[in-house]
Design a protein around this ligand. Structure first.
Ligand code: GRF
Length: 203
């Protein structure tokens, strides 16, 4: 049976995208293939990573659209044109409306750099997540891969991995640690699991 066609939506550096591309190469991700990368930022380094791996890219910015619904319609068209079955949000810095998420029910995954339900939801992105964890004084944080619904970081949890915080961690060191020890590990694994599941359901 054919592989699940995956689109990765990005806005920045794309280290999680890289983890997925590497997982495809190493065979950790074998039930799906990354066939498209969409960025809302023209200069995102993630686009270069995709190009280097020979993956098709598209840039869709909010600026060129008159409304959120036009922005989402453009994304949807691009996904449809490319026969996409599964969407991965990997550092995609835009919130998608309920209209969008309902159309792709159980077909959108996001990776968030904390153990949900801590330090998540609107306003918790990038370094802010790690600043909040350090300010609260938690001793363990981590990453979560979850399904995406209309509530920011509110969809069903698919996988989590904990990371210990040390006394001398800064938001920057913690961000790196969470990526390396958790995000880059659980994202490829959960993508493989969901691809397998979709294939089973389609049998
Ligand atoms: C990651 O921390 C991810 O959890 C969050 O945004 C960051 C993206 O980093 N949603 P990258 O672009 O994958 O390097």
């Amino acid at each position: 049976m054919n592989k699940i066609r995956i689109a990765v939506l990005v806005s920045g550096g794309g280290t999680n995208l890289q983890a997925l591309l590497d997982a495809e190469k190493s065979g950790v991700l074998k039930s799906g293939e990354i066939t498209l990368v969409i960025s809302n930022k023209p200069g995102a380094y993630a686009l270069e990573r995709a190009a280097k791996a020979g993956v098709k890219t598209a840039v869709i910015t909010k600026k060129e659209c008159v409304s959120q619904s036009e922005f989402e319609a453009r994304i949807r068209n691009t996904l449809e044109e490319n026969g996409i079955d599964l969407i991965i949000l990997a550092g995609f810095m835009c919130i998608l409306s309920a209209d969008f998420t309902r159309r792709y029910d159980k077909r959108i995954l996001n990776v968030h750099p904390s153990l949900i339900p801590s330090f998540c939801g609107e306003g918790f992105y990038g370094l802010r997540v790690h600043e909040a964890a350090l300010a609260y004084g938690v001793k363990v944080t981590g990453a979560t891969v979850h399904l995406v619904n209309e509530i920011p970081d509110g969809g069903k949890i698919r996988m989590q991995k904990a990371v210990e915080i040390s006394e001398d961690d800064t938001p920057e060191t913690l961000q790196k640690k969470v990526m390396k020890e958790a995000e880059w590990v659980i994202l490829p694994r959960s993508v493989e699991l969901i691809c397998k599941k979709i294939k089973e359901e389609e049998k």
